[in-house]
Design a protein around this ligand. Structure first.
Ligand SMILES: C[S@@+](CC[C@H](N)C(=O)[O-])C[C@H]1O[C@@H](n2cnc3c(N)ncnc32)[C@H](O)[C@@H]1O
Length: 324
């Protein structure tokens, strides 16, 4: 072996030090990246390995008391209302497809795709064509990761095998979007875009038209601080906005909005829905119903849902109106 001089040895040592420093920097950078991504991940993505298990659970939970033919039969108003009253959480709206015969849905305001994820995974067992339209002017990277046709989370999980997903990067009142779908096209329309009174007021008549008879128009954020409702069917029952959930506090988001930590008052949404019912619907028999979001991890688990998928930064209820 060729002997090394002191100078060469010094060079070797400093080279090794350099290599060590580079390796240390890379390890630290990787660890920081992994930790940061995990934080975001917790809120936005579910563990992949849960998909298959969830599907099996749902098959059991949903399939236990219904045959394939029964699953395709469309539920009537009483069945929809009593199912939702027995399960007053919006994730159970997903079962209106698999159990209640809905086949065409649209979610307006999708953000990361967390609710879409619930709808898709809960109906993974449906072995016939159905469709979801997703609308958002500002799709997030999490939505893109889920939605990508090739290698996206939904594609990988097999959710796209029977469900056609169409995404529109636009606003809820865009005439081009509205022209894409004939009146009565959708069984399920879910409004979760802008939550101002004006926005929901303009969406209500446009999207009611697009609901098929026997379907529902629904939306998120139906709660207030105890103000009285108007005089219409179901309008005196308005759930209270609850405290923000620990995930919100942890990530220092909306909790900063109110001193009490209570989720922001959604009276604008409540009024827009109730005013439409009274002034514009033209049908005095229509009734507004709402969820409560009083789930626990145990209650969800028995129906194949995962708490981490369902929990949001708030526990704001959703509203819905059945179209006769
Ligand atoms: C509360 S987030 C939706 C959350 C999603 N529905 C869920 O539960 O997982 C609201 C989303 O609505 C979108 N948005 C805001 N204004 C909108 C509009 N006029 N039309 C459609 N989407 C809108 C925002 O870009 C945002 O991503």
């Amino acid at each position: 072996m060729k002997p090394t001089t002191i100078g060469e040895r010094g060079q070797n040592i400093s080279q090794k030090r350099k290599q060590f420093c580079i390796a240390a920097i890379l390890i630290i950078a990787f660890a920081r990246f992994a930790i940061f991504n995990k934080t975001e991940f917790d809120l936005n993505f579910v563990d992949d390995s849960s998909f298959e298990k969830k599907t099996e659970n749902q098959l059991t939970a949903v399939g236990r008391d219904s045959t394939t033919t029964e699953r395709s039969r469309r539920w009537n108003e009483t069945e929809i209302v009593s199912y939702m009253a027995a399960h007053p959480q919006r994730n159970y709206m997903a079962h209106l497809f698999g159990r209640g015969g809905f086949r065409k849905g649209i979610e307006i305001g999708v953000q990361d795709g967390r609710f879409s994820d619930i709808i898709l995974s809960a109906n993974h067992f449906l072995k016939e064509k159905w469709s979801m339209v997703l609308v958002d002017p500002n799709p997030t990277k999490y939505l893109n990761r889920r939605m990508r046709k090739e290698n996206g989370k939904w594609a990988q999980a097999g959710f796209l095998e029977y469900c056609d997903i169409t995404f529109h990067k636009t606003n809820s009142t865009d005439p081009a979007l509205l022209n894409e779908y004939t009146d009565g096209h959708f069984d399920f329309v879910y409004l979760d875009g802008s939550h101002t009174h004006d926005a929901v007021t303009s969406e209500m008549p446009l999207w009611w038209k697009k609901v098929a008879p026997g379907g529902i128009l629904a939306g998120h954020d139906y709660c207030n601080y105890g103000e009285k409702g108007l005089s219409c069917n179901g309008c005196d029952s308005i759930p209270l906005c609850q405290a923000y959930t620990p995930s919100s506090v942890k990530f220092k988001r909306e909790s900063a909005n109110t001193k009490s930590g209570r989720a922001a008052n959604q009276m604008g949404v409540v009024m827009a829905v109730q005013e439409w019912l009274i002034n514009e619907s033209g049908d005095p028999t229509l009734t507004v119903h709402h969820t409560l979001e009083d789930f626990t991890s145990e209650s969800l688990e028995k129906d194949g849902f995962k708490f981490a998928d369902v929990i949001r930064r708030d526990r704001n209820p959703s509203w819905f109106i059945y179209k006769p």
